[in-house]
Design a protein around this ligand. Structure first.
Ligand code: HEM
Length: 370
């Protein structure tokens, strides 16, 4: 309320109100290319061993072209066609879990579902999926700020990214020679497209789809279940009325968003809410705070899936609005409905579960129920 835009004193700016964040997300004077900012720490976030950055870190026109290449094939029809397989994967995860006495919503369900589905959508052979499970574990560890400065963990994370890139480059070459099912093949063999992505662009883009969509969806499933366990009347309603799943997931994206913060840098001196942000400043947009801004949402601290004001910023906004939003929504809805159906009266074993440590992510690390 007092400082919608706050100069941190170390050259960084923090923005925490809905209107200001939404304005910045729609303003071309703010860039997603953090290599243009003057903070080494913020630059490091996108550094990937000299590889070209994914389009989430690029500005127009390159961003728009790459995004369009994906969006023209990653269509709602393709995503909804996954629904039956998705339910199968959720059931499989629950049926084959290690400990039948005690369920960890995070490791037993939230983890395996998104990585399996995105591999299948892209066209990764099922026999290789286990590799992605291992790599994604490593990436998640690398995102833990308590570990990020640990040189050993950092090396392992970079190694995992490199392995994913090498794997995807080989897969793309194989698909080039022999078309098959899946998004990669559809992009590579699109005869209507005059200019296809280069091999390098396609490798980076497929790694982005794998990485951007994995941990975030794990965290949305975990945050949703944790919220439903805190408000069991909603778990009960979901069991009786599975059609409420869409509203529940939307409200979790507002109330407990998996991504809490976005980064931008200013391409010129820009004044927002009376504060002049200098060119090249690293700017942290706290979307989790915007989602509870009392100027924008009525009763912001109340979990209410029936609310009408649901234009949250959990998937960002503007030209970088999440490409995977329809898939993440579907995955979470299907998983929650199945969990609500199976779990009679689930009780949290640890009422205050351990949380992941990260500046921009927020979710429990484990969620044991019996
Ligand atoms: C962008 C959140 C799932 C792919 C974003 C952004 C947010 C976000 C906040 C905006 C980033 C920015 O403006 O800097 C989430 C959350 C998810 C999720 C909370 C799950 C609950 C997915 C999935 C995929 C995906 C499943 C892909 C399969 C992307 C991509 C971008 C993006 C490619 C970049 C879009 C662009 O720059 O134009 N996501 N995401 N996300 N997301 Fe997601």
């Amino acid at each position: 309320r007092e400082h919608p835009v706050l100069a941190q004193g170390d050259g960084r700016y923090v923005v925490s109100t809905y209107k200001e964040i939404n304005d910045i997300l729609h303003d071309p004077r703010f860039s997603s290319d953090m290599s243009k900012c003057y903070s080494k720490e913020d630059q490091r976030v996108v550094e990937e061993e000299g590889q070209i950055p994914g389009f989430v870190f690029l500005d127009p026109p390159k961003h728009d072209w790459l995004r369009h290449q994906v969006m023209s094939k990653f269509t709602p029809d393709l995503i909804y066609s996954q629904k039956p397989r998705l339910l199968e994967v959720v059931k499989e995860a629950l049926d084959t879990r290690r400990n039948v006495q005690q369920l960890d919503i995070v490791d037993d369900v939230a983890y395996p579902v998104p990585v399996t589905i995105i591999c299948e959508i892209l066209g990764v052979p099922r026999s290789d999926e286990y590799l992605f499970h291992e790599w994604s574990d490593q990436l998640i560890l690398g995102n833990d700020t308590s570990q990020a400065r640990n040189p050993e963990i950092r090396m392992q994370t970079l190694k995992a990214i490199k392995s994913i890139r090498t794997y995807m480059a080989d897969l793309i070459n194989a698909i080039k020679r022999q078309p098959r099912e899946g998004l990669l093949s559809a992009m590579l063999h699109d005869t209507t497209n005059e200019k296809l992505m280069s091999n390098d662009e396609l490798v980076t883009t497929s790694v982005l789809l794998l990485v951007a969509g994995h941990e975030t969806t794990v965290n949305l499933i975990s945050n949703s279940m944790f919220t439903l366990l805190r408000f069991p009347e909603w778990l009960e309603r979901l069991r009786k009325e599975p059609e409420l799943a869409a509203q529940v997931v939307e409200e979790v994206l507002r109330y407990e968003p998996p991504v809490q913060m976005l980064r931008r840098t200013s391409l010129a001196d820009v004044t927002i809410a009376g504060v002049t942000i200098p060119k090249g400043a690293p700017i942290h947009l706290i979307i989790a705070a915007a989602n509870r801004d009392p100027e924008h949402f009525s009763e912001p601290d109340r979990f209410n899936p029936e609310r009408k004001d649901i234009d949250h910023l959990g998937f960002g906004g503007g030209i970088h609005y999440c490409v995977g939003a329809p898939l993440a929504r579907l995955e979470t809805q299907v998983t929650l409905v199945e969990l609500a159906r199976r779990l009679e009266n689930p009780q949290l074993i640890d009422a205050a579960p351990p949380y992941r440590l990260g500046a921009s992510i927020r979710a429990p690390r484990h969620l044991f129920v019996h």
